[in-house]
Design a binder for this molecule. Structure first.
Ligand code: PRP
Ligand code: URA
Length: 209
């Protein structure tokens, strides 16, 4: 069964509060989201396997740890998921990046796919899907379904703010996918926005409203 990891480290909570404030502008929003993504990345990658290798320090030979062959891919759901990529790349600079373009239809709130470009060997990688907002869960479920169709078997979902119904929808459709969030908020309003949330993440990142 999929596990929910709520990463409530004080530094993440503090930065999330700044993100939520309506007066936080796009430049600060992007910087904070990058910082939080890097910090959350520690938890998302906590169990990647290590192997022992022999190295030589200036003092002597020794056995040290390095991340074993397992390759990583970061797949943001456009647009807002892009805001979490740079932080993760700071942590794992050799990761490949794929893109899945989905937008929510404003009337039906259903996700519509408009773009998909993934690394060729995506099925061979540990995939971290990023999207700051897990609202109805429709976008995440569709993105994960698409990745499964491409053969991905080892996928994690990294969001910032979620609501219980979105989490339940993802867990029901993809019980093998662990979900990482910084906060579980209260409910969705009549426009399927997270309450209290932080507003429209894509618009706040890119300054489009
Ligand atoms: C937002 C957000 C998620 C989706 C979450 O994207 O970034 O992808 O909504 O909602 P859901 O859980 O109800 O599917 P949006 O459709 O606004 O597109 P954008 O990122 O391009 O602004
Ligand atoms: N998408 C957002 O950007 N914000 C929400 O609160 C819900 C969906």
């Amino acid at each position: 069964m999929s596990q929910l990891h709520v990463i409530n480290h004080p530094m993440i909570q503090h930065k999330l509060t700044l993100l939520r404030k309506k007066e936080t502008g796009s430049k600060d929003f992007r910087e904070l989201l990058k910082e939080i993504s890097l910090l959350m990345g520690y938890e998302v990658t906590r169990d990647v396997p290590l192997e022992s290798i022999e190295i030589e320090t200036p003092i002597c030979k020794t056995i040290a740890k390095e991340v074993s062959g397992r390759k990583l891919a970061i797949v943001p759901i456009l647009r807002a998921g892009l805001g979490m990529v740079e932080g993760l790349l700071t942590l794992v600079p050799v990761a490949r990046v794929g893109h899945i373009g989905l937008y929510r239809d404003e009337q039906t709130h259903q996700p519509v796919e408009y773009f998909c470009k993934l690394p060729e060997d995506i099925d061979d990688r540990l995939v971290i899907v990023t999207d700051p907002m897990l609202a109805t869960g429709g976008s995440a479920v569709d993105a994960l379904t698409l990745l499964k169709r491409k053969g991905c078997r080892n996928v994690r979902l990294m969001c910032l703010v979620a609501v219980p119904e979105g989490i339940e929808k993802v867990q029901a459709a993809h019980p093998d996918v662990d979900i990482y969030v910084a906060a579980v908020d209260e409910y969705l309003n009549e426009n399927a926005y997270i309450v209290p949330g932080l507003g429209d993440a894509g618009d706040r990142i890119f300054g489009t409203k």
